[in-house]
Design a protein around this ligand. Structure first.
Ligand code: GAR
Length: 205
């Protein structure tokens, strides 16, 4: 019996090139997942336009409308839960999810970070890696927890730093690796399932 495709909710804050890679992958029925909704913490971003062009439902939950950061977190948890996701993908989502969100959805929410965790957490992974002088950096897909880019790791890919790299050129190359890693890993999570035991994330049921 064919099983229904896994339901993905994607949260984004920006250009949405990572979201686009998932939307493109989901065009193939054998991928095993479909994006049922795209949520954002702000209006007018290209990620929302990409979703709309693909006919995917969008929603926006803004801190300014919620009253406080805690109320925003609860409102986002409610909005995401209402779409009944199997997996939530943070694809360039620039806010930390907190005390309301994590118990409800944290174990099924993955984030992609443009550095090789545990090195260089935070908002400036490529620039921080360049400033440190590392020769290899990359990207990390992880299950979120209460920390900043600290959750159990699903997958990583390495990217070599070039001598003439700027933060922008390095991040652009990391994003190419990031899109491939995300598409591969989310497809496996959708088709095979996944389990989290302590810090270990394994595919399979
Ligand atoms: C990606 O490189 C992602 O890892 C990063 O933002 C970019 C999103 O690009 N996310 C973070 O740094 C989260 N802390 P996009 O908007 O083109 O998908």
């Amino acid at each position: 019996m064919p099983t229904a495709p896994a339901r993905l909710v994607v949260l984004a804050s920006g250009a949405g090139s990572t979201l686009q890679a998932l939307l493109d992958a989901c065009e193939d029925p054998s991928y095993g997942a479909r994006v049922v909704a795209v949520g954002a913490d702000r209006d007018g971003i290209e990620a929302l336009a990409r979703a709309a062009r693909s006919g995917v439902e969008t929603f926006v939950v803004r801190v300014e409308d919620a009253g406080s950061r805690a109320e925003w977190d609860a409102a986002m948890a409610t909005a995401v839960s209402a779409r009944d996701p199997d997996v939530v993908v943070l694809a360039g989502f620039m806010k930390l999810l907190g005390a309301s969100y994590l118990p409800r959805l944290g174990a099924r929410t993955v984030n992609t970070h443009p550095a090789l965790s545990p090195a260089f957490p935070g908002m400036h992974g490529p620039a921080d890696a360049l400033a440190y002088g590392v020769k290899i950096t990359g990207c990390t897909l992880f299950v979120i927890d209460q920390g900043v880019d600290t959750g159990p790791i699903v997958a990583q890919a390495a990217v070599a730093v070039a001598e003439d790299d700027t933060a922008r050129t390095l991040h652009a190359r990391i994003k190419v690796a990031e899109r491939a890693l995300l598409v591969d890993s989310i497809g496996r999570m959708a088709r095979e399932g996944f389990a989290i035991e302590g810090r270990q994330v394994r595919f399979g049921r």
